[in-house]
Ligand binder design. Sequence first.
Ligand SMILES: *Cc1c(COP(=O)(O)O)cnc(C)c1O
Length: 400
Amino acid sequence: MSLSQGRPLLSIPGPSVMPDRVLNAMHRAAPNIYAGELPEAVPQLRADLKAVARTSQNVAIYMGNGHAAWEAANTNLFSRGDKALSLVTGHFGEGWARHARDLGIEVETIDFGRRAAVDPNRVEAALRADKDHKIKAVLLTQVDTASSVLNDVEAVRKAIDAAGHPALLAVDCIASMGCDRFEFDAWGVDVAVAASQKGLMVPPGLGFVWVSDKAMEACKAADLRTPYWDWTLRARAKEFWENFFGTAPTHHLFGLQEALKMLVHEEGMEAAWARHDTLARAVWAAFDAWGQGGSGIHLNMADPASRARSVTTAIIPSPDATRLRGWCEKEGGVTLGIGLGMAAPGERMSDGHLRVGHMGHLNPHMILGTLAVMEAGMIALDIPHGSGGVTAAARLIAGK
Ligand SMILES: *Cc1c(COP(=O)(O)O)cnc(C)c1O
């Protein structure tokens, strides 16, 4: 017998829970792509996407996942032999840098480890050292989903400016868009990338690239650009087909339309960020309690100022993280995220790490349910832990 009938809950950091409203919006007959409802919906969709990233500038939509959005950004930003400065705080920062290198871009990396945020002073120093201004763009991950670090985007912009360097600032927001505050225009970001399946609550399959007017101009001659990935036509589309360079991702667009209605028009960005903040703090409070009494349980990111609001990476000494994930999935109906990438040289995150995704369509009953199932699993498996994790999370949510 298993207790876990009922609706399963996916608590991995993407893909995230899809609202029934989004699923229902997609469950319909094939629409006409030449006239009618779908072409008419796209201008509002684009306006809503800009509202999510807080920009009045440009956005390009791609059929593809986050890796496709990386490639779109890289190929539009750089020419062969151009240099990128990559700021690495986890597995995904490494991935974006590798992707750029494989395209023939020269990549200089500053690695800040897996338990610390980007230090803007080191960024400024690296840019000052680049006297010939060979660095075309700085690649930053706002939230690295592997380490669950939150980087300070605005501080990196200020570091670039303080160095008197013309480098563009490109930010991977795949794990943070819609969850952690992000201010494209106010922070002076030039390129941001995101995908549909994390904070934006839509199935995987759409990638988004927001572009400043400045970056569009500065990258006009980028020779890595190919016709399909070129952001110019997509971002400045007048005809419906130009948005997608061919047949539109029809049903994803219906899903996205409903998700953006919920996020931008019903909840609002400020409220969505505040909700993610409270739910994240509830998760941290539970881990703090479980870590009492020398259990060895702790969060990967010690400094609360550098913790993501969309995902939490935690250490539960090996092999207990893996045992606990197995129990929660089989007996509790909750699937938790695996550890990803390296924690340190020679130490894989898959050993002794797990991740709780808390991005997108979530409320206290889902978060408290996840934490309570985890606590039950620790009891069932005799995993050493401090008591009161669920109570601590409940207090946080109650605001007491
Ligand atoms: C998920 C993720 C990616 C990769 O996105 P895919 O859709 O899996 O290609 C890249 N960067 C970050 C920060 C992510 O969280």
